[in-house]
Design a binder for this molecule. Structure first.
Ligand SMILES: [Ca+2]
Length: 441
């Protein structure tokens, strides 16, 4: 995507907000104001250099444009949009220092604050900079990762040491100038044998799940597995993950047609589960690709040590959700946002006010779930055990901007964590996104 001068970016941002707000008003979606309550479970223990920045800057309403997302924070008049707080930029720059100098030992604070589960984030360092909206992240058997960039449509290999090599450009991808583009990536569990990788992306007329080959150096053999998933400027879902069952799971957004989420025949507003050939997985509840229904804009999937599937989902203008996913269950949207008492709807295990979370990626590591929050600009840690999800704790609040994707690093007690600041929602230049490593101790 061509770099846009700052003044132009700001103009586009305002135009986008105004347009979307108009749409939302037309749809009657602004009847509720942004929720402030029900975050009692959230402990705002700002463990990290962003503490001061958070207190100084507060929420960033325009971040609702992307990921946070859509009509949520659009009650604010376009003319009141603040720029990204300078204090946050400074805080973000402090993360440029790699290695021990940039690492902050948070463990003492974590212990003082008390925590459930086992290890906690203890240090963070930059693995790689110069990215523009990295979105999907999946590990190769050799320990490197493949990452997609949403707006350049490129796939890169990134080594643990931070060496980045371009693998190629995925064909037939289009931007939606919003939340679509090149999204999730999942490396085949049999990659050593088949060299397959799976990608989810927006195309001219739909969202798709496709397979390509990656032989270790180049991409090839573009093959469409699932097409016809409705797309929209926003609400495209996009996460791909292989489960412990070696089946491919995908999250799809409601494409701004909330009714699709309750339509079992629609692929939108769902979690899908499929074979590596893109066919309905054995045991799916409706003999289709659909695994669970009633989702708005889910972008995070992970499995815990007990093999339970957890999902992170963007709410509308009240509550974001952490859901425990079981096949055939209905997670409520648009009848319910967050917890409700409507019969037949499965409530979230945890929920947050959208200003504090707006979670995209989720990962399980060492007794806890980690959620990367866009608008909330923080990493949520939620301990889990056989009794369910414990009390969330926030890390790095405001320190690194909008967080997109978090994945457990294989073979070591650490996470990789990516930002989404180089887009309309973040307002930062191309190349300003980063990949961090978070050490857990
Ligand atoms: Ca729900």
């Amino acid at each position: 995507m061509a770099r846009v001068p700052r003044t132009s970016r700001q103009a586009r941002r305002r135009t986008l907000l105004a347009l979307t707000a108009t749409t939302a008003l037309t749809a009657g979606l602004l009847t509720a104001t942004a929720a402030t309550g029900n975050a009692a479970t959230a402990t705002h223990r700002a463990a990290g250099p962003g503490h001061a920045a958070t207190a100084a800057s507060g929420h960033i309403p325009y971040s609702a444009i992307q990921g946070a997302d859509s009509p949520a924070a659009l009650g604010a008049p376009a003319g009141t949009l603040p720029k990204l707080a300078e204090s946050e930029r400074n805080a973000s720059h402090s993360a440029n220092a790699p290695g021990p100098a940039g690492a902050i030992d948070l463990r003492a604070r974590a212990l003082r604050g008390g925590h459930h589960g086992r290890s906690v984030p203890s240090a963070i360092r930059t693995v790689s900079g110069g990215w523009s909206v990295p979105w999907g992240l999946s590990w190769l058997p050799n320990g490197s990762a493949l990452l997609t960039e949403r707006e350049t449509f490129k796939v890169f290999r990134l080594s643990r040491a931070g060496k980045r090599v371009e693998a190629g450009t995925v064909p037939n991808v289009v931007t939606t100038n919003g939340e679509g583009g090149l999204l999730g990536v999942a490396v085949s569990p049999n990659w050593n044998r088949d060299h397959h990788i799976f990608l989810m992306h927006s195309a001219q007329n739909d969202n798709r799940i496709v397979r390509m080959t990656y032989d270790g150096s180049r991409l090839g053999n573009y093959t469409v597995l699932v097409s016809g998933i409705k797309k929209h400027r926003f609400h495209n879902g996009g996460r791909l993950q292989f489960g412990p069952d070696k089946l491919l799971y995908a999250t799809t957004g409601d494409a701004f047609e909330s009714g699709l989420a309750q339509d079992k025949a629609s692929l939108n507003g769902k979690i899908l589960r499929m074979t590596p050939e893109g066919k309905p997985a054995p045991g799916n509840p409706y003999e289709s690709l659909v695994y669970s229904i009633g989702h708005r804009n889910p972008q995070g999937l992970t499995w815990d040590a007990q093999g339970r599937l957890w999902e992170a989902e963007f709410g509308n203008n009240a509550y974001d959700e952490l859901n425990l996913i079981k096949p055939g269950q209905n997670y409520g949207w648009p009848v319910c946002e967050g917890q409700c008492s409507t019969p037949g709807m499965t409530n979230p295990e945890r929920q947050w006010a959208v200003s504090e979370a707006s979670p995209s990626g989720i990962a399980y590591a060492d007794g806890a779930l980690y959620l990367a929050a866009q608008r909330g600009q923080r990493l949520w840690r939620v301990p889990v055990d056989s009794s369910g999800a414990g009390t969330p704790e926030a890390y790095y609040t405001g320190a690194y901007g909008r967080l997109r994707t978090v994945e457990k690093v294989p073979g070591t007690n650490a996470l990789w964590l990516t930002t989404t600041n180089a887009d309309l929602g973040g307002g930062q230049p191309n190349g300003s996104d980063k990949v961090f490593q978070v050490t857990l101790r």
